[in-house]
Design a protein around this ligand. Structure first.
Ligand SMILES: O=C(O)c1ccccc1NCC(=O)[C@H](O)[C@H](O)COP(=O)(O)O
Length: 209
């Protein structure tokens, strides 16, 4: 299973988290986020990482030229779209960046939002289901209704996100069967400052579970 730790801001934490077993690291390119990092900061954080670690930039309602510039300059392998991007926008981005994994994040509030998620399948590589929050786009610590996701089985890979922690990950995965998991605030001391003990505990619980 893919394990993505998102909202990393410090180069030394990216190396440590990859060594603990993360398969993907996420960098927030949304200027209003407390976890925002510049292209230069992402460059510094991804440079020491091995090629098998996915390096994902998280954007919200950015333009294709803006996204492409960060991808190329920072050396990202994937883009996560966390705003109101349409399937058409995702498709155009995929044409512009054919070697880059396109992940569309959807904030799920109602059962019908899962149908909306399925409308993206031909335009993206991977889906990510996150919790809905009225004011914040992501990194909220709010959990999804896992029961609602029990029948969710798209024809593309998908990440479960939203309020996952070392303490609830086993319960979440006993109900839901995603291709990957994504965590941010559940393994943090403060926004952007990851707690390496919590990350280690996460991998321990996943190993035991
Ligand atoms: O994390 C942020 O600050 C953020 C800001 C704007 C858009 C997206 C953002 N995060 C996206 C992520 O992929 C988070 O990992 C995801 O929302 C889960 O967060 P959490 O509930 O804290 O585990």
């Amino acid at each position: 299973m893919r394990i993505k730790i998102c909202g990393i801001t410090q180069p030394e934490q990216s190396i440590a988290i990859a060594s603990l077993g993360a398969t993907a690291l996420g960098f927030i390119c949304v200027p209003t986020s407390p976890r925002y990092v510049t292209t230069a900061q992402i460059q510094a954080a991804v440079a020491p990482l091995s090629a098998n670690i996915d390096k994902i930039g998280v954007f919200a309602n950015a333009s294709i030229p803006e996204i492409s510039q960060v991808v190329v300059e920072a050396g990202l392998t994937g883009v996560q779209l966390h705003g109101d991007e349409s399937p058409e926008f995702c498709y155009q981005l995929r044409q512009a960046l054919p070697q880059v994994e396109i992940i569309k994040a959807l904030r799920i509030r109602f059962l019908g939002d899962l149908d909306t998620a399925l409308t993206y399948i031909n335009s993206i590589d991977t889906l990510l289901l996150d919790a809905y929050h009225p004011q914040q786009l992501g990194g909220t610590g709010k959990t999804l209704d896992w029961e609602m996701l029990q029948q969710f089985s798209p024809s593309c890979p998908w990440f479960l996100a939203g309020g996952l922690t070392p303490d609830n990950i086993v319960a979440a995965l006993s109900q839901v069967n995603p291709s990957g998991i994504d965590l941010s605030s559940g393994v943090e001391n403060a926004p952007g400052d990851k707690n390496l003990d919590k990350v280690a505990l996460l991998f321990q619980r996943l190993g035991d579970g």
